[in-house]
Ligand binder design. Structure first.
Ligand SMILES: Cc1cc2nc3c(=O)[nH]c(=O)nc-3n(C[C@H](O)[C@H](O)[C@H](O)COP(=O)(O)OP(=O)(O)OC[C@H]3O[C@@H](n4cnc5c(N)ncnc54)[C@H](O)[C@@H]3O)c2cc1C
Length: 381
């Protein structure tokens, strides 16, 4: 007979781990499956960035909830998230962007984000290693920063285990079982498990997992690279997470080296996570233009992962109309790590009480696409 659980979670990334912990806080004992190791998917490849500088109320609220959580992470979970509130600095490089950025700041401030618009001279004074000839202004929030994706995932998982959750690693879910519009359980490489609740938090693998149930999830995988330099004292520790809105280059400092990535919106969708060296060339060119000092830095290593991207760059989180008991937590479009505390809290409320309270999940429902109720997030890295 199939083993029974309060809830079955597919995916042991930061999202699955956060949901598992939040469920245990309400006395539930979920079982989590990951076909690899905990955090070994896209979570472990993430830049760990955390920011409230978004353009929609939904994303800003998810961020504000999550930043407050990260600030108290150790107190809540008894482990260090390695949260460094070094700030995020977005550089505008055209007069149009400057206007857009000023409007963004006004909107974000209205929602309670501590963010300001900086003129070019201020940017030059505070971060003299940046070439600012083309910079028309910047937005800056000291409350943003980065944390350790692996540390956060393991902290959620360990706390969930203490609360009675079970984590099965190297255990692949092969089928979501539903009958007459209701969830029955899962078929996995460890056998069958039954439950009235299944959460699909398997990142880019979710669309293929739910398709046999007749559910179309508009999530497409895009490859994103990150490169790390050797220790580089030429740029001070504690610099912000800096985003060049001209080229899409972004970088920050970690353990003495510089972590760099770049958005290339011309990349086609793919599940390939091999490193493309041609990409490094483009990134280095953008980096040297903005920070010529980096000429002296040596690349130590690089890796790539997938953004599970939706058409409007908002996640898909919540119940699925067609199958009672099935919940989705997918399509984080590059901001799933930062939002994992809010998503875990809100989805748990929805599962147990029928509605999210901590943050609204209304704008994240799957049926927004069919209903044409889509609002696009435009500040995407
Ligand atoms: C290069 C890069 C940089 C990023 N930078 C940031 C950032 O700065 N800030 C931020 O917030 N986000 C960032 N992200 C996005 C962030 O990493 C993701 O949004 C987040 O990790 C999503 O977590 P997840 O748990 O949904 O997915 P994942 O971590 O991918 O976890 C899904 C898990 O499901 C498992 N799985 C899949 N199929 C099955 C199956 N059939 N059975 C069992 N298990 C299965 C996988 O093994 C995987 O471990 C970045 C991503 C990349 C690639």
């Amino acid at each position: 007979m199939a083993e029974r659980a309060d809830a079955l979670i597919i995916g042991g990334g930061v999202i699955g781990a956060s949901i598992a912990w939040h469920l245990t806080r309400q006395g539930r004992k979920p079982v989590v499956f990951d076909r690899g190791l905990l955090g070994s998917g896209n979570t472990g490849r993430s830049a760990g960035g955390i920011r409230a500088q978004f353009t929609t109320e939904t994303n800003i609220k998810l961020s504000l909830y999550s930043i407050a959580f990260y600030e108290r992470f150790k107190e809540i979970l008894g482990a260090d998230a390695e949260f460094h509130q070094v700030g995020y600095l977005f550089l505008a490089v055209t007069p149009e962007q400057r206007k857009q950025f000023e409007a963004r700041v006004a909107f974000q401030r209205k929602l309670g984000v501590e963010v300001s618009f900086l003129g070019r001279e201020e940017v030059a004074k505070r971060w003299p290693f940046l070439v600012i000839d083309d910079v028309t202004g910047a937005t800056w929030s000291a409350k943003d920063g980065f944390a350790g994706p692996y540390e956060v995932t393991i902290a959620f998982a360990n706390a969930a285990k203490r609360g009675g959750a079970l984590f099965h690693e190297q255990a692949e879910v092969t089928e979501i079982v539903a009958e007459r519009g209701r969830i029955r359980g899962l078929k996995t490489s460890l056998g069958e498990f039954s439950s009235d609740v299944v959460v699909a938090a398997a990142g880019p693998a979710v669309p293929a997992l739910v398709k046999p149930l007749g559910i179309e999830v508009p999530v497409v995988p895009y490859r994103r690279h990150l490169f790390m330099t050797e220790t580089f004292p030429g740029i001070p520790d504690g610099i912000p997470f800096i985003i060049d809105s001209g080229t899409g280059l972004y970088f920050r400092k970690e353990t003495g080296g510089i972590m760099m990535g770049m958005v290339d919106k011309s990349d086609p969708p793919t599940f390939n996570t091999n490193v493309d060296d041609g990409y490094l060339e483009k990134l280095v060119e953008a980096a040297l233009t903005r920070v010529p000092l980096l000429e002296k830095a040596n690349i130590l290593n690089g890796w790539a992962g997938l953004y599970d991207t939706t058409p409007d760059h908002h996640a898909i989180v919540g119940a699925v109309d067609e199958v009672k008991g099935l919940y989705l937590a997918v399509g984080f479009s590059g901001h799933g790590f930062m939002h994992s505390p809010a998503i875990g809290a809100a989805l748990t409320e929805m599962i147990l009480d029928g509605a999210a309270r901590s943050v609204s999940l209304d704008a994240l429902s799957l049926n927004r696409f069919a209903a044409g109720a889509v609002v696009e997030e435009t500040n995407v890295i």
